[in-house]
Design a protein around this ligand. Structure first.
Ligand SMILES: Nc1ncnc2c1ncn2[C@@H]1O[C@H](COP(=O)(O)OP(=O)(O)OP(=O)(O)O)[C@@H](O)[C@H]1O
Ligand SMILES: [Mg+2]
Length: 248
């Protein structure tokens, strides 16, 4: 069976600038949850946007399952993908919370779409907001609606750009539990390294658009040399206790 995501030498360049994604080789396996980690400007959003066909690939190749991400293949490739944008205002465009979620749930067909949309909202305690206009929501509420709406389509491959940004602790916990329950391939760009540790098995570290490390998430996030080189900090849960010196 083909991998949910495979990149070979993927390069993405904004006009007149050095590559924002530089010769990236990466494979995401079926059912695997991986974190995409890197400092501001490392290229995380650029990569995810290019995988959805929202930014052109300059060179190299990429596949979602067997479908190449090319101008011809992108429509079919995108049918397998659920994408949570870094900015929910780029994603939510229907007038109300329920209409946006329903539109997404309809990707699986008309039958049962209303029930699927309601269930997706219920999982994130969002039914109380169902008839609210999107533009009246708070930042965290928009983020959760964007996540619920994406999951309502039950995509085979989940690409998420900073899904926990702006969430309160309870919303973040609901997100973590939903991601752990969602038995599918997930690539999660995040600065929330504790989320990465809890949710993901693997991590890919980007710097200046290049892949500088890939491996088991706890090993990568314990590697002081890599973290220093990439302007990252060790997550608190991997640091020794300041009193007794023990690590968890
Ligand atoms: N539209 C654009 N035109 C030119 N350069 C861009 C554009 N968008 C992003 N860049 C540049 O591409 C590089 C990668 O940006 P990108 O948004 O992918 O980073 P990121 O890893 O998602 O950062 P953050 O953690 O801040 O979200 C940065 O140097 C950024 O300045
Ligand atoms: Mg980004």
């Amino acid at each position: 069976m083909s991998a949910p995501l495979r990149l070979e030498g993927l390069t993405v360049r904004y006009p007149g600038a050095p590559p924002a994604i530089d010769q990236l080789d990466l494979t995401l396996h079926e059912g695997e949850r991986a974190a995409l980690i890197g400092a501001n400007g490392a290229g995380k959003s650029t990569l995810l946007l290019s995988l959805c066909g929202l930014l052109p690939i300059t060179s190299g190749r990429a596949w979602i399952y067997d479908t190449p991400i090319t101008p011809k293949g992108i429509k079919r490739a995108r049918q397998q993908v659920g994408f949570v944008f870094q900015d929910p205002d780029d994603q939510l465009f229907m007038p109300t919370v329920f209409e946006d979620t329903l539109l997404s749930a309809r990707r699986l067909g008309e039958a049962g779409a209303e029930a699927r949309a309601a269930e997706a909202l219920r999982r994130f305690d969002l039914l109380r907001l169902r008839d609210r206009p999107i533009h009246q929501l708070s930042g965290g509420e928009k983020r959760l609606v964007a996540i619920a709406s994406t999951l309502a389509a039950d995509p085979k491959l989940l690409l998420m750009d900073e899904p926990s940004a702006n969430l309160d602790p309870r919303g973040r916990r609901r997100l973590i539990e939903a991601l752990k329950r969602a038995d599918r391939a997930q690539l999660i760009a995040t600065h929330d390294l504790e989320l990465a540790l809890e949710v993901c098995a693997r991590a890919f570290i980007l710097q200046g658009g290049a892949l500088v490390a890939a491996g088991r998430v706890a090993e990568i996030l314990s590697d002081e040399a890599i973290l220093r080189r990439c302007d990252l900090e060790k997550p608190l849960s991997l640091r020794p206790c300041p009193r007794c010196g023990m690590t968890r």
